[in-house]
Write a protein that binds this ligand. Structure first.
Ligand code: ADP
Ligand code: MG
Length: 687
């Protein structure tokens, strides 16, 4: 610590720090950095090992390089009539050989760059060299001018941090600020309310993540911070779970008359996994505390029947059961399914969506026992007298927030969340960590074989013939397209345009069209006709990806398949293979995208949703995978670590321990109470 300088509190306003200019305080605030602790959390984006620089590359095409050299020439240049750019030639200070001693740097649309780069300066460059007519060029390199004022430097001869840019503050200055801060920050004030790793002081971890002596050191420090972040996440999860269990629920499911009649009415045997899950659910419902359970199973694994069994148990105990679907199409489809199976048992089923109301019974016969609707149902308390069980058909769209809102509203029904989209196991613990889990890992028997074929140069005539053959045999087909309307940018054959073509190609058959721009009524009308067989081939966008169940449809042709995400492709493919017929999923692509081919090859190789989910995580990274889920994860700074199950488990164990020791966080861990985020209610209408 510097003699004579006061220690800095992590929460002090930046304006109170003597080494920051007022202009800098404003620049930092604009970037959202208001206190020393914000700066400490502003972790390096990458590091440069400036103990040795890369050799000036002899050719383009390699990875990014970090070079040290001297600017020997710089000028403004024109590029076309109006566009200017700034160019600087940087020469290897050590004198390279064989012409590999020079690179040309270019900056476009950066009018102020000439004030920063000038001939004679010694600079450090970072970027990817490319070839421009035999010249090595780096466009928009990151660069830093070397200014040595003697003495040991934090900018040279060591591993230096490179931060995300803060507008108005140079990298070099930001590094200085961080360095001063780390020297003067009060280490005692950095000790957190709950230390996930008391053997590794937090102040030390900050020093090592900003100014590591070795990259492994920075890595270890990041792990510590990731663990802290996971701990906060898991503490919330464990807290929610505990709070759910605080509520008194009711004992349901002791009477099984309806369930037995239901079993007798089924034309098939339930799978072992279905039976096991129902058993788990029954045991849970019979507990006096409310059930909070996730039913996870791949598309077509028979979740609906498990849900029906649970709902029958609830109504046999004299209360109502509700099923929430994410879209109107799905709500209506569930209604038909439930009507088919439950009406013969004398159960009163009703459908409620924004667009529609339908009942299997007359009003005078009594209240509906089973209510099916979109998520909006949840917020209409007038519909329920006595809600005992809520089944949420989730498809990723229904978050933690809504689940808690159910509980917050006073009644505490049993909750069963069904999810068809397989989630990588590493993420289940986080996203659904507050739920108990039942898994359907077995496909019902009697399903036809499923063949997935990847075709890079399919002839339209052959594709058409294949479709016709299937329709001729009495089957139905999905013809899937990625876009609704012609987009110049993507040049994809849009669904609307394709629809017209397919009508001609398949003359004699009824072709339908469904896409996201239709309103719910129109969509449902088309789906109904496809379901009852009066439409033979359905041209569709990914709107059909969720839940649609037409067992006679055995063929799906996915055009421009590389444009879809893996999870989406898997959902789409799940629409077929639901009947006894052999099914075909044909993935059409031009084969030009390597990433696309990697994805599609996974689809061709496996139909196991969990494997696909893990591959998806691997290919896209957790950030993107999570981005498509409503996860309640907020923005993790250390999302890279999401793939790190071990760390997540460690955090879970710590959180479990804390809640066990102090269930309400009012005793020894009261300092952690502030980490609990009460979920905020959000609107969930999607139709
Ligand atoms: P999920 O909701 O998991 O996608 P569903 O419950 O909709 O699956 O079931 C998919 C299809 O499989 C439906 O057509 C259903 O009738 C059928 N099915 C469900 N369980 C069985 C079973 N045990 N044996 C045979 N067919 C089943
Ligand atoms: Mg389903």
């Amino acid at each position: 610590m510097r003699a004579g300088t006061a220690v800095i509190a992590p929460t002090a306003p930046l304006a109170s720090l003597d080494f920051l200019a007022p202009k800098e305080v404003i620049a930092l605030a604009t970037a959202g950095l208001h206190a020393p602790k914000d700066l400490l959390d502003w972790l390096p984006r990458r590091y440069e090992d400036r103990r040795r620089f890369d050799a000036f590359p002899a050719q383009a095409g390699g990875p990014a390089v970090c070079l040290r050299g001297t600017v020997v020439d710089s000028m403004k240049r024109a590029f076309g009539p109006r566009r200017q750019f700034y160019e600087a030639v940087v020469m290897d200070g050590t004198g390279g050989v064989f012409g590999s001693s020079k690179v040309t740097c270019r900056w476009f649309n950066m009018p102020f760059i000439h004030k920063m780069v000038a001939s004679g300066q010694e600079v450090i460059l970072y970027g990817k060299p490319k070839d421009l007519n035999g010249k090595l060029v780096i466009d928009h390199p990151e660069f830093e001018v070397i200014r040595e004022d003697g003495g040991p430097s934090i900018h040279l001869e060591r591993i230096v941090p490179i931060y995300r840019n803060v507008s108005g503050i140079a990298q070099r200055r930001l590094r200085e600020i961080q360095h001063i801060l780390l020297e003067r920050i009060d280490p005692a004030a950095l000790v957190p309310a709950f230390d996930v790793d008391p053997t590794y002081p937090r102040a030390e971890a900050f020093r090592e993540v900003h100014f590591p002596e070795a990259l492994e050191q920075a890595e270890a420090a990041r792990r510590r911070f990731a663990l802290e972040e996971f701990f906060t996440l898991q503490l919330n999860v464990v807290w929610r779970r505990a709070r759910h269990h605080d509520h008194s629920g009711r004992v349901l499911g002791t009477k099984t008359t309806l369930l037995k009649r239901f079993y007798e009415s089924l034309p098939f045997d339930l799978t072992g996994a279905q039976k096991r899950s129902i058993k788990e659910i029954v045991a849970d419902m019979r507990e006096p505390r409310p059930m909070n359970r996730l039913l996870q199973g791949d598309v077509g694994s028979g979740k609906t029947f498990v849900a029906m069994a649970a709902m029958l148990l609830a109504i046999d105990s004299g209360c109502q059961a509700a099923l929430m679907a994410p879209t109107q199409i799905l709500a209506e489809q569930h209604f038909l399914t439930f009507r088919k199976w439950l009406e013969p048992l004398g159960v009163r089923v009703a459908l409620r969506t924004a667009a529609k109301e339908e009942h299997t019974h007359l009003a005078l016969e009594g209240e509906p026992q089973v209510l099916i609707g979109t998520h909006a149902l949840l917020f209409d308390k007038t519909l329920f007298n006595d809600l005992g069980l809520v089944v949420i058909d989730e498809q990723h769209k229904f978050g933690v927030t809504q689940r808690s809102r159910l509980i917050a509203q006073g009644t505490t029904p049993d909750v069963l969340v069904m999810t068809a989209t397989p989630i990588p196991r590493t993420l289940t613990m986080t996203i659904y960590g507050d739920l108990d889990v039942s898994v359907l890992d077995e496909r019902p028997a009697g399903r036809g074989k499923m063949i997935t074929a990847l075709r890079t140069a399919a002839k339209q005539t052959e594709v058409t013939k294949f479709v016709k053959d299937q329709l001729e045999a009495g089957r139905q087909a999905y013809l899937v397209y990625p876009l609704v309307e012609e987009s110049e940018a993507l040049k994809a054959e849009s669904a609307t345009e394709a629809f017209e073509k397919w009508q001609k190609r398949l003359s004699g058959y009824a072709v339908g069209l469904v896409h996201g721009k239709l309103d719910a009524e129109e969509k449902e009308a088309v789906m109904r006709r496809f379901r009852d067989g009066s439409i033979h081939a359905l041209v569709a966008t990914s709107v059909i990806e969720v839940g649609v169940d037409v067992p006679n449809a055995n063929l799906m042709i996915i055009h421009h398949a590389e444009r879809f995400g893996l999870a989406q492709l898997h959902q789409l493919r799940g629409r077929i293979g639901r009947g006894e017929h052999k099914s075909y999923c044909i993935l059409l692509t031009d084969g030009k995208s390597a990433d696309g081919m990697e994805k599609l090859t996974v689809m061709e190789k496996t139909s196991d949703g969990f494997v696909i989910a893990e591959e998806d995580l691997r290919i896209r990274g957790p950030g993107d995978v999570l981005g498509t889920m409503q996860s309640g994860l907020g923005d993790l700074k250390f999302a890279d670590f999401l793939a790190d199950t071990a760390l997540l488990r460690e955090a879970r164990a710590l959180a479990d321990q804390v809640i066990k020791e102090d269930p309400m966080l009012k005793g020894q861990h009261t300092a952690l109470a502030g980490m609990i985020q009460e979920p905020q209610a959000k609107s969930v209408r999607r139709d």
